[in-house]
Design a protein around this ligand. Structure first.
Ligand SMILES: [Zn+2]
Length: 282
């Protein structure tokens, strides 16, 4: 059997970090460290010949000054064979947005990133900031953590948001949701109980994330995917390489060593998210 691995980075960029850090915990050095960590990830990806997917904020791709605008690095990511996806325009909390704000964040981030890398149509994926909403009313998923509800808010339920994502020209998005009965029964300390399979919804392929991190749990997932011929998606945050937890640099290095070794033995394929995905939609 051989499995498939895809790695997605939630690259918030300075604008995303400002919008997502616990208020008002701002520290300019953290912004610089995240950018440096992406360079480290690119070096490792090159060393092990591992393609990855980087979901980036559109604001970071707009013309302007470092470190808030990092077009040169985004071009480097693209030129080294990795996939660039959108992580919204400025890391908005989608359940709070008006429908028009959602459309603008989706379209402007795609346009800014594609203009930056110079390839129209290059941005095929959308990674929802904060992974919110986790509610999907039609599927019985209701997450109080979304903090905004109602059928008139298209950003408050995954079903309606995914339709807008598709209308903006995206082909895939990563989703986290689970029906309320699973929510009540599950262990809240684990991130392993969300929907885990690929599926198509309207024109968009829904991507699960099986785990955030590169520690022993991620390695067990990798070996299990190989044994079962599974499609594994592992996600991480470049900023977290410095935090010394599941997503630490040490864990990443040993995870990539294992990945390269299994791949070299013919047991594993490593792909960007878009690679080999769109036959699902045909
Ligand atoms: Zn993010």
């Amino acid at each position: 059997m051989s499995g498939t691995l895809r790695i997605i980075w939630d690259y918030d960029g300075p604008i995303g970090q400002v919008n997502s850090s616990f208020p008002y915990n701002f520290d300019e050095r953290k912004l610089l460290r995240e950018i440096e960590n992406v360079d480290t990830i690119l070096d490792l990806a090159k060393k092990f010949s591992i393609p990855m997917t980087f979901a980036c904020t559109g604001f970071s791709a707009e013309p302007g000054d470092y470190p808030y605008h990092i077009g040169d690095q985004l071009k480097k990511i693209n030129s080294q064979g990795h996939e660039i996806a959108s992580h919204s325009w400025r890391h908005e909390w989608f359940p709070f947005l008006t429908n028009e704000q959602i459309r603008l964040s989706l379209s402007r981030s795609k346009f800014a990133l594609e203009t930056c890398v110079g390839v129209q149509g290059a941005v095929k994926g959308f990674v929802i900031p904060f992974s919110r909403p986790m509610s999907w009313y039609a599927r019985g998923a209701l997450s109080l953590g979304d903090r905004a509800f109602g059928p008139w808010r298209k950003g408050a339920s995954l079903g309606s948001l995914i339709k807008l994502i598709g209308e903006a020209g995206y082909k895939w998005t990563r989703v986290f949701y689970r029906p309320i009965w699973q929510e009540l029964l599950s262990d809240r300390t684990q991130n392993r109980n969300y929907s885990k399979s690929w599926e198509n919804y309207h024109v968009v392929t829904l991507i699960p994330s099986h785990y955030f991190g590169f520690d022993q749990i991620a390695k067990d997932y990798l070996l299990s995917a190989i044994n079962h011929g599974g499609d594994l998606v592992i996600s991480g945050h470049p900023a977290a390489l410095s935090f010394g937890r599941e997503e630490s640099l040490e864990n990443l290095v040993t995870f990539l060593e294992l990945t390269a070794s299994e791949r070299d033995q013919g047991k594993l394929l490593v792909k960007t998210v878009s690679e080999g995905l769109f036959n699902l939609n045909e």
